[in-house]
Design a protein around this ligand. Structure first.
Ligand SMILES: *[C@@H]1O[C@H](CO)[C@@H](O)[C@H](O)[C@H]1NC(C)=O
Ligand SMILES: *[C@@H]1O[C@H](CO)[C@@H](O)[C@H](O)[C@H]1NC(C)=O
Ligand SMILES: *[C@@H]1O[C@H](CO)[C@@H](O)[C@H](O)[C@H]1NC(C)=O
Ligand SMILES: *[C@@H]1O[C@H](CO)[C@@H](O)[C@H](O)[C@H]1NC(C)=O
Ligand SMILES: *[C@@H]1O[C@H](CO)[C@@H](O)[C@H](O)[C@H]1NC(C)=O
Ligand SMILES: *[C@@H]1O[C@H](CO)[C@@H](O)[C@H](O)[C@H]1NC(C)=O
Ligand SMILES: *[C@@H]1O[C@H](CO)[C@@H](O)[C@H](O)[C@H]1NC(C)=O
Ligand SMILES: *[C@@H]1O[C@H](CO)[C@@H](O)[C@H](O)[C@H]1NC(C)=O
Ligand SMILES: *[C@@H]1O[C@H](CO)[C@@H](O)[C@H](O)[C@H]1NC(C)=O
Ligand SMILES: [Zn+2]
Length: 514
C-alpha cells in the first residue's frame, strides 16, 4: 500500500457534439518506495530554545501551517500565473485548516532531518559515520533550504571521534511545514498532484513535514480556482493523516498508540520500512455475500475501523451494525488504501478520482480526528448526499446486490442506474445524485471483459434481449467505483456546468445550457 495520488478520470464529454474521450483507466507511474518512508525528529530535545506556551498540554492551539514554495526545484515549470494561483489557494487553505484543526503545539521550531553522505539515516539522533550531507532529500526526493535543516554530527569513519560539525538551522516556527513544488516528476498518466508526509515528531508521531507537488500539465491547464483549491485541500489531507503509510502511527483519544509498538516505539514494518497498522485501525474483511450477475462470491476488502469514522458511517448510511468504511482497492499504488472507496462515497473529495462537485465531508474530518493528532471543528464539513440512508446492504455489499434487492422491492435503484448507454451518444440524461449537474448513466459496453466480480446485470432498462448482448462486457464506466453504473456529470469542472438540475422529477426539470 502506498499513498497520495490525486487522479483525474478523463471525462471530456461535450454535449454539443456528444463526444466522450475514450479513457477508461487512470493509472499512474509509481512513486519510489523511499517516498513512503517516514523519519522522526526529536522536537523536544532542543537545549537551546525556550518551550512555547501550550507545550504538551491538550489540543488548545490552532494548527500553524507554514508553506515553503520551490517552483524551480527539479524541472519546475509552472508559469507565473499558475504559481500565483497555487500560492493563493495554499494561503486560503492554511487559514481554512487553522480554523478547523487544533493540535498539541510543537514546542520548538521544526527542523528537517539531514542526510549523511553514503548513508541513509531515518533516525536523526544518530551521527553520520562518514560525513553530513548538505541536503534533506525529503520523502526521498525533495530538497529544502539549508536553514531549515537540523544540526549534524559526523564521525569521519571513526565512531570514537564524532563531533557536531553543523549547527541547527533556524528552522520553522510551525506545527506543520509543507514544501510545495511544481515538477513533472512522477506526474505521468493523469496524475494532477501528489503529496505525502515525510517526517513526524517523536512524541505523538504527528506528521510535521510534508511535500505537495502540483503536476504542471493540469494546474497550467485549469483556470478554475475552485478545482485547484479542492485538489490542494485533498493533498493536504494526505499529509495531515490520510495515507496508508500513516495508519500504523495513529494514536487513540488518550494519546496511546493504536497499533502496538516494539521496545523502540515502532510498529511492525513491511519490507520497505512502512508501518503495518493493527486491526483496531485497518481491518481486512471478507465480504462473503458479494452479489454478481452469476450469484454471490466473496471479496476481500480493506476497511478503516476507527471510532469517529465508524460513527459517521453508521449515521450516514443508516447502518447501526457498520464495522468500518471501505478504502479504495483499485488504481495505482498511490491510490490504493489512501482514499475512500469510490463506489461507497463517490464525490467525497478524498476518493482517489475527481468527480464534479467534490465535497469534504464528515468522513474525512473524522479520519483526521481518529488519527489522534487533531481536534476537529466539524462545522466546515459539507453535506454528502451519495449513499446517504442507503443502509447496510449498500455500505457493505456490491452495487449488484443493492440493485437486485431494490428491484425485488419495486423501489428505485438510485444512486445506481441500469440504462445501457452509447458512450459516443449518451441518452436518457438525468441529474446526478446530489442534483448539481446534468448526467448520463455510465453503464456501457466495454471493449474488454469486465472482471467477474464486477459483472452485475442480467437485465436493464433498455437491454435489447433479442440482440446478442454479451453481459460479460457490460459495466459502469468508472472502474474505481467497482464498475458500478451511476449517473455521471457531463461537466468536467465546476466552471464547466453544461446543465442545471432543479429539484423535483429529474428529467423533466433539466435545463440544458449548451
Ligand atoms: C502509464 O500507465 C501505463 C499503463 O498502466 C504504463 O504501462 C506506463 O508505464 C505508465 N507510464 C509511466 C511513465 O509511468
Ligand atoms: C529550490 O530548489 C533549488 C534546487 O534544489 C535550489 O537551488 C533553490 O535554492 C531552491 N529555492 C528555494 C526558494 O527553496
Ligand atoms: C469552511 O472554511 C472556509 C475557508 O476558511 C470558509 O470560507 C467557510 O465559510 C467554512 N465553512 C464552514 C461551514 O465553516
Ligand atoms: C561516497 O560514495 C562515493 C561514490 O560511491 C565515493 O566516491 C565516496 O568516496 C564516498 N564517500 C565516503 C565518505 O565514503
Ligand atoms: C558506528 O556507529 C553506527 C551507529 O551509530 C553503527 O551502525 C556502525 O556499525 C558503527 N561503525 C563502526 C565501524 O563501529
Ligand atoms: C472468504 O470467505 C469465503 C466464504 O466463507 C471463503 O470461501 C474464502 O476462502 C474466504 N477468503 C479468504 C481469503 O479468506
Ligand atoms: C458532521 O458531524 C457533526 C458532529 O457530529 C454534526 O453536528 C454535523 O451535522 C455533521 N455535518 C454534516 C454535514 O453531516
Ligand atoms: C430514462 O430515465 C428516466 C429517469 O430519468 C426514466 O424514468 C426512464 O424510464 C428512462 N428511460 C428508459 C428507456 O429507461
Ligand atoms: C434489438 O436487436 C435486434 C437484433 O440486433 C435488432 O434487429 C432490433 O432492431 C433491436 N431492437 C431495438 C429496439 O434496438
Ligand atoms: Zn489522493
Amino acid at each position: 500500500m502506498k499513498t497520495s495520488y490525486y487522479c483525474l478520470l478523463f471525462l471530456s464529454l461535450a454535449l454539443a457534439n456528444t463526444v466522450i474521450s475514450d479513457e477508461y483507466e487512470c493509472s499512474h507511474e509509481d512513486l519510489p518506495e523511499e517516498f513512503f518512508k517516514l523519519s522522526k525528529t526529536h522536537i523536544k530535545d532542543s537545549n537551546k530554545r525556550t518551550k512555547n506556551a501550550g507545550g504538551n498540554a491538550a489540543f488548545n492551539q490552532p494548527i500553524r501551517i507554514f508553506v515553503h514554495y520551490n517552483f524551480t526545484a527539479h524541472d519546475g515549470s509552472l508559469s507565473q500565473p499558475a504559481q500565483d494561483r497555487v500560492r493563493a489557494m495554499m494561503t486560503a487553505l492554511t487559514k481554512n485548516f487553522q480554523s478547523i484543526l487544533t493540535v498539541r503545539r510543537n514546542p520548538d521550531p521544526i527542523l528537517i532531518n539531514r542526510q549523511c553522505e553514503n548513508e541513509t539515516l531515518t533516525d536523526s539522533s544518530k551521527p553520520c559515520f562518514y560525513q553530513c550531507a548538505d541536503d534533506a532529500r525529503l520523502c526521498g526526493i525533495f530538497d529544502t533550504p539549508t536553514e531549515h535543516l537540523q544540526r549534524c554530527f559526523e564521525c569521519n569513519g571513526n565512531n570514537n571521534t564524532c563531533t557536531e560539525t553543523i549547527r541547527d538551522g533556524a528552522g520553522t516556527e510551525a506545527d506543520l511545514v509543507l514544501y510545495v513544488y511544481g515538477t513533472t516528476l512522477f506526474c505521468s498518466n493523469g496524475t494532477i498532484a501528489y503529496a505525502g508526509a515525510c517526517q513526524m515528531e517523536d512524541e505523538y508521531d504527528r506528521p510535521i513535514v510534508g511535500i505537495v507537488n502540483f503536476c504542471p500539465l493540469f494546474i497550467e491547464g485549469s483556470s478554475d480556482d475552485q478545482f485547484i483549491f479542492d485538489v490542494a485541500k485533498h493533498e493536504i489531507f494526505h499529509v495531515l493523516g490520510f495515507g496508508s503509510n500513516l495508519y500504523a502511527w495513529y494514536r487513540d483519544e488518550n494519546g496511546n498508540p493504536r497499533t502496538s509498538r516494539d521496545a523502540n516505539g515502532n510498529p511492525p514494518f513491511n519490507a520497505f520500512g512502512v508501518g503495518i497498522p493493527g486491526e483496531s485501525t485497518i481491518k481486512i474483511v471478507n465480504y462473503t455475500d458479494w452479489q454478481t450477475r452469476n450469484g454471490p462470491i466473496s471479496k476481500i476488502v480493506t476497511q478503516l475501523v476507527t471510532p469517529k469514522v465508524v460513527e459517521v458511517g453508521k449515521r450516514h448510511f443508516g447502518c447501526d451494525t457498520l464495522e468500518g468504511v471501505q478504502l479504495e482497492d483499485q488504481g495505482a499504488g498511490g491510490t490504493v488504501g489512501s482514499h475512500w472507496e469510490k463506489r461507497l462515497l463517490d464525490n467525497e473529495a478524498m476518493t482517489g478520482f475527481i468527480s464534479s462537485n467534490p465535497v469534504f465531508s464528515n468522513f474525512s474530518y473524522a479520519l483526521l480526528e481518529d488519527s489522534g493528532w487533531y481536534k476537529v471543528d466539524y462545522s466546515n464539513a459539507s453535506i454528502l448526499v451519495w449513499g446517504r440512508g442507503d443502509g447496510c446492504g449498500y455500505a457493505t455489499g456490491s452495487c449488484g446486490g443493492y440493485i437486485q434487492s431494490k428491484r425485488a422491492q419495486n423501489e428505485p435503484i438510485t444512486p445506481f442506474c441500469d440504462f445501457l448507454n452509447d458512450l459516443n451518444n449518451p441518452t436518457n440524461l438525468s441529474c446526478d445524485s446530489d442534483r448539481t449537474a446534468v448526467a448520463f448513466c455510465s453503464l456501457i459496453n466495454f471493449p474488454f471483459q469486465v472482471p467477474v466480480e464486477y459483472q452485475y446485470l442480467n437485465s436493464g432498462a433498455n437491454f435489447n434481449t433479442s440482440s446478442n448482448l454479451d453481459y460479460n462486457f457490460i459495466g459502469g464506466r468508472v472502474f474505481a467505483a467497482d464498475f458500478c453504473p451511476y449517473y455521471i456529470s457531463i461537466a468536467t469542472s465546476s466552471s464547466d456546468k453544461r446543465g442545471v438540475c432543479k429539484s423535483g422529477n429529474p428529467i423533466s426539470n433539466i435545463i440544458i445550457i449548451l
